[in-house]
Design a binder for this molecule. Structure first.
Ligand code: PMP
Length: 364
């Protein structure tokens, strides 16, 4: 009695959720974890001290609901991003996953569709379907790039309500140039989300899609503090868009969705943006070292503007993943046959990965 627990099929769950699998990157306690594109450098001590003071202060008023409009934080993001942005163009939530969910709740939903160029961030189809929309997968070239003509033609043909452009793209690292984003915007009739989760790791002289915002009221540019800012555990993502888009997001968010502690921590961290971002150059150096070394080992590294590298030419990706795991190194099998993805860690972590990879044999 009671030994066999119920399965999802035994529950009166929504029909459109049947058969779905949840986001499931393994969270294994291995010495070297380079599987979810975190910043593996801890928050610098002087910033951590300031954050602690800010959180302690916020704690005194924690009996009250937080500022529903997270005004100070939005001002902090506007200042950090630049491009003449003001706080009425900023939005934030508990990770950019929640930011993207808000966009889908407001502009997707039942009877509507969302689109992305596959392979891309695995949460887009999950978020789209969980909020009732269908998912349309577009395609990329052999090297995972997508050019303006092809991108525009695919978007025009699919005519989705929400387009996700992951720029640069996860899990491939592939850059997306501004002219592709412009072409997709012109071809789309719905909302175009440019997910710049990894933008800080791109070459500095390359522009952000933020430059395209003026006059484009259907354009949304999302960012996160999880990667460059080493703040994944705090859960803070944000976006910039026309103030009318922000008004639409207010319709779907839960009241007081950003806790007073989160607001205090993120606002304090932002005042130290330069220090928080100090490790970006070091991570980029490790990323480029990974690319060069896996190439030398006989694999194919894809161009990356992110904090990770996708490499191909892996004879048996499940076996290589397991051999690395057994050596204490966790990386990611993203489901692309003969490919694996690794996050650039500290110099020591990167060395541990490269040494382990070298010791288990070369690519095919
Ligand atoms: N977008 C992309 C492209 C990502 O890779 C990730 C995290 N892996 C996210 C969004 C979500 O990040 P978070 O919710 O931590 O802000």
């Amino acid at each position: 009695m009671g030994e066999v627990s119920a399965s999802l099929d035994d529950l009166p769950i929504r029909d459109d959720l049947r058969g779905m699998t949840p986001y499931g990157a393994p969270q294994a306690m291995l010495p070297i974890t380079l599987n979810v594109n975190e910043n593996t450098h801890p928050v610098p001590q002087e910033v951590a001290d300031d954050i602690l003071d800010a959180v302690a202060l916020a704690l005194r008023d924690v009996n009250r609901y937080p500022d529903r409009e997270f005004t100070a934080l939005r001002e902090g993001f506007a200042e950090y991003l630049g491009y003449g942005l003001t706080r009425d163009q900023l939005w934030a939530a508990n990770g950019s996953n929640e930011v993207l969910q808000h966009v889908l709740q407001a502009f997707g939903g039942p009877g509507r569709s969302a689109f992305g160029f596959s392979p891309t961030y695995s949460m887009y189809p999950l978020l789209a379907r969980a909020t009732g929309a269908s998912w349309i997968a577009g395609h990329r070239d052999q090297d995972f790039s997508v050019d303006a003509d092809s991108a525009a033609a695919q978007v025009e043909a699919a005519d989705p309500d929400v387009v996700f452009l992951c720029a640069p793209n996860n899990p491939t690292g592939t850059p997306m140039s501004i002219d592709v984003i412009e072409a997709v915007y012109d071809a789309a009739s719905g909302i175009v989300v440019v997910d710049e989760a990894y933008q800080e790791f791109a070459p500095r002289d390359e522009g952000s899609a933020l430059m395209l915002l003026p006059g484009r009221e259907r354009l949304v540019v999302s960012r996160t503090m999880s990667k460059a800012f080493a703040f994944a555990g705090a859960r803070v993502g944000y976006l910039a868009a026309d103030p009318a888009v922000i008004d639409a997001l207010r319709l779907v968010r839960l009241p007081y969705h950003l806790s007073a502690l989160t607001q205090a921590a993120a606002t304090a961290a932002l005042t130290h943006a330069d220090t928080m971002l100090r490790m970006v150059d070091e991570i980029v150096a490790q990323r480029d070292r990974i690319s060069a070394t896996v190439e030398a080992l006989g694999y194919d590294a894809y161009e990356s503007w992110t904090n990770f590298v996708l490499f191909g030419g892996v004879e048996d990706s499940a076996r290589t993943w397991q051999a690395l795991y057994d050596a204490g190194v966790l990386i990611r099998d993203v489901g692309i046959p003969h490919h694996l993805r690794v996050t650039a860690g500290t110099e020591a972590e990167t060395t541990a990965f490269l040494d382990a990879l070298a010791s288990i044999g070369s690519g095919s």
